[in-house]
Design a protein around this ligand. Structure first.
Ligand code: HEM
Length: 156
């Protein structure tokens, strides 16, 4: 592979991210403390929107920006939720578990990039969800990168 693939491509594209997040939200629905934030069930619409978000962040099409309201819409959805540190940790743990259960690539570089963003984004979500939080009102949808460890390609 001459050019470094995006995390989106390496992960398997939208189909793989969709599979992963469906497994994740099924796990969320099994934990009442988390499920409560979503009204008990995580709708198909929410699953699809969040999949679109993740795909864009990981280097896929910029559809959340063009069709789903961009950063400002995501921010508005988290405001006032008062997410606790304990719930954040469960959220991130279930994302990691779901990546295993959904059979996403399990190479260390891919998982580090994926979960690096999960850590970063979920900590921002906690901050932004507190009452009267000082938030960045406007920003682009982030584009995540491979970080210090590019994908491992044998023989390259
Ligand atoms: C990397 C971390 C996270 C990402 C990428 C993310 C992404 C998103 C996005 C894109 C939306 C808006 C979906 C739409 O357009 O309809 C959303 C809404 C939401 N998120 Fe997050 N989120 C993260 C962390 C969290 C955490 C830690 C929690 C709670 C523990 C949480 C709970 C919610 C809830 C309850 C909604 C609103 C759902 C609804 O519309 O009913 N999020 N999230």
């Amino acid at each position: 592979m001459s050019e470094t693939p995006t995390i989106y491509e390496w992960g398997g594209g939208r189909e793989a991210f969709e599979r992963w997040l469906n497994v994740f939200y099924d796990l969320v629905e099994g934990e009442p403390a988390l499920a409560r934030l979503f009204g008990g069930r995580v709708s198909e619409e929410h699953r699809a929107h969040v999949t679109t978000w993740w795909c864009e962040v990981m280097g896929g099409p910029a559809t959340y920006t063009t069709d789903n309201g961009g950063y400002e819409h995501m921010l508005a959805k988290h405001r006032g939720l008062s997410i606790t540190p304990e719930l954040r940790l469960r959220f991130v743990t279930l994302l990691s578990q779901a990546a295993d259960d959904a059979g996403l690539p399990d190479d260390p570089e891919f998982r580090a990039a994926l979960m690096g963003y999960a850590e970063w984004g979920s900590r921002l979500a906690v901050h932004n969800s507190q009452p009267d939080a000082a938030v960045a009102e406007h920003a682009p949808v982030p584009r995540w990168g491979w970080g210090v460890a590019p994908p491992y390609v044998p023989g390259a």
